[in-house]
Design a protein around this ligand. Structure first.
Ligand code: NI
Ligand code: MN
Length: 228
């Protein structure tokens, strides 16, 4: 079984595993870096890490078009239902659940989570997915550096997806420290170059990571994929 990871730009991610399309933080309309349109993107399940507009994005419309359930923290799942989404699944930090596509655990994230309409978005989260063929993917989404990333790394991470944009999340220096804590086999940088405020030199970051750790860095362009 191959697993395919796609970066759609910013923090919007696609994961194909066991025939399922998992769509994460689908901020596509109004995202200058987006490589797909919300009415074309595939989704069997939609994951939302926190309430900010650049993560909730087009999740509600895509859920309505595809019938895909929205999986998020309890507060965002409940909010999605008030927006007319029929199927949701609420989890919370540290809690895992065996979905058809794998075992998904919500991890800590140091960030905010208010929803675009001012509703309480609960606590922000990252995602730790164990696929049905045993691969582990950690999608940190928006977060600052925290020492418990070491605990996440102890699970044995095949692919880590980390923000490097700075200002709203970890910047390159802290993201390098995160790689040292997590020790993933592979890392993909995200949440940079969407706007001037989060402009970063990803190839330069990749050189530093590969010089100082054993982790392989995959710098993707929006729309590009890797298989693992
Ligand atoms: Ni955010
Ligand atoms: Mn963000």
């Amino acid at each position: 079984m191959t697993n395919k990871f796609t970066w759609y730009g910013h923090a919007a991610l696609g994961l194909e595993t066991g025939g399922y399309h998992i769509l994460v933080d689908p901020f596509l309309e109004g995202n200058p870096a987006a490589s797909v349109k919300p009415d074309h993107v595939a989704a069997d399940f939609i994951l939302i890490s926190h309430g900010h507009g650049d993560h909730v994005g087009d999740a509600v419309e895509i859920a309505k078009r595809t019938g895909a359930p929205i999986i998020s923290n309890f507060e965002i799942a409940a909010w999605a239902e008030t927006q007319g989404v029929k199927k949701t699944h609420g989890q919370h930090l540290g809690g895992g659940f065996k979905h058809p596509f794998g075992y998904l655990k919500l991890t800590l994230a140091l960030h905010g989570s208010e929803l675009p309409d001012g509703h309480n978005g609960g606590n922000p989260a990252g995602f730790l997915l164990t696929t049905n063929d045993g691969k582990k993917i950690y999608m940190a989404q928006d977060t600052g550096l925290f020492g418990d990333m070491k605990l996440i790394g102890e699970e044995g991470i095949d692919l880590a997806v980390l923000p490097i944009g700075d200002n709203f999340t970890m910047g390159p220096d802290d993201a390098l420290r995160a790689v040292k804590l997590i020790q993933p086999k592979m890392v993909v940088p995200i949440h940079y170059n969407t706007f001037d405020l989060i402009k970063q030199d990803a190839p330069a970051w990749a050189k530093r990571v590969e010089a100082e750790t054993k982790t392989k860095v995959k710098v993707l362009k929006p729309g590009e994929s890797i298989e693992f």
